[in-house]
Design a protein around this ligand. Structure first.
Ligand SMILES: Cc1cc2nc3c(=O)[nH]c(=O)nc-3n(C[C@H](O)[C@H](O)[C@H](O)COP(=O)(O)OP(=O)(O)OC[C@H]3O[C@@H](n4cnc5c(N)ncnc54)[C@H](O)[C@@H]3O)c2cc1C
Length: 220
């Protein structure tokens, strides 16, 4: 798997932001929690559906309801495009035009496969452990009925791309010597996700602490 290795995944626009290292793409997928999946309905209307996901080897796993027409379309073999975007900061250039964002963005093209049996159960474990590390062994496992209501899909990372934007603003050289705009502040405002203090629900018996594995969660 090498990002950008096919004609349709080669980054053309601002191609210096293309990253072709497979491990870098895996790291982006491992850092994210939400993917956006493209799917068309029967009338051809495109939708971009946000989903929780996880990486397992060189696959992206995600799940939805068997009652969802959009998920059923994907399971039936409709080609899709999945993206994961990590927003790393806002970039304030001296002009509005050159102001932008710093990001890491993975894009995967392909046809998702429906998973079944033990393979699906393993995928549900991987998704749960990616989103909620430490939870799978403590939480109740999916019942037969819950499994029947769940459609689990895997998208191979065989055709993918990675685009990374980082660093300071890339100003128009004229703005750097302009008597007015060369004098204003410019730079980046880094951003990161973080967790707040866990909130215990009303059904948790008194004295049951927040699990240590939850206390250990960090975002970066
Ligand atoms: C947070 C964020 C904000 C952005 N804001 C803007 C904006 O406001 N305006 C704007 O024009 N662009 C923005 N971009 C960049 C945008 O995603 C596209 O890369 C850009 O518009 C060029 O698209 P294209 O299809 O013409 O690129 P092309 O280079 O022609 O696309 C060719 C191939 O490159 C790959 N590719 C393209 N874009 C990406 C990507 N973002 N991530 C991974 N692979 C990619 C795909 O495999 C695609 O098939 C933003 C990106 C991110 C992540």
């Amino acid at each position: 798997m090498q990002p950008g290795s096919t004609e349709r995944t080669r980054v053309r626009r601002l191609s210096d932001k293309a990253v072709t290292d497979g491990d870098a793409l895996r790291r982006v997928l491992d850092a994210g929690l939400v993917a956006h999946v493209a799917v068309r309905d029967d009338e051809g209307q495109p939708f971009v559906v946000p989903v929780a996901y996880a990486r397992r080897g060189d696959q992206v796993l995600f799940h939805g309801s068997t009652g969802s027409r959009l998920f059923r379309s994907l399971a039936d073999g409709q080609p899709t495009c999945l993206t994961v975007t990590l927003l790393d900061g806002l970039v304030l250039a001296r002009s509005a035009f050159e102001s932008s964002m710093n990001y890491r963005c993975a894009m995967v093209l392909g046809v998702a496969q429906r998973l079944t049996g033990d393979d699906e159960l393993d995928a549900l474990r991987v998704i749960t452990e990616h989103l909620l590390p430490g939870r799978w062994n403590e939480a109740r496992q999916p019942t037969v009925k819950e499994r029947a209501a769940t459609l689990t899909l895997a998208l191979d990372l065989s055709e993918c791309s990675l685009k990374v934007s980082e660093g300071p603003p890339d100003d128009d050289p004229a703005d750097l010597v302009d008597p007015v705009y060369s004098q204003i502040w410019a730079g980046t405002v880094p951003m990161r996700e973080s967790f707040d203090e866990p909130v215990t629900d009303e059904h948790t018996p008194a004295g049951v602490p927040v699990p240590p594995y939850v206390r250990a969660w960090k975002r970066s």
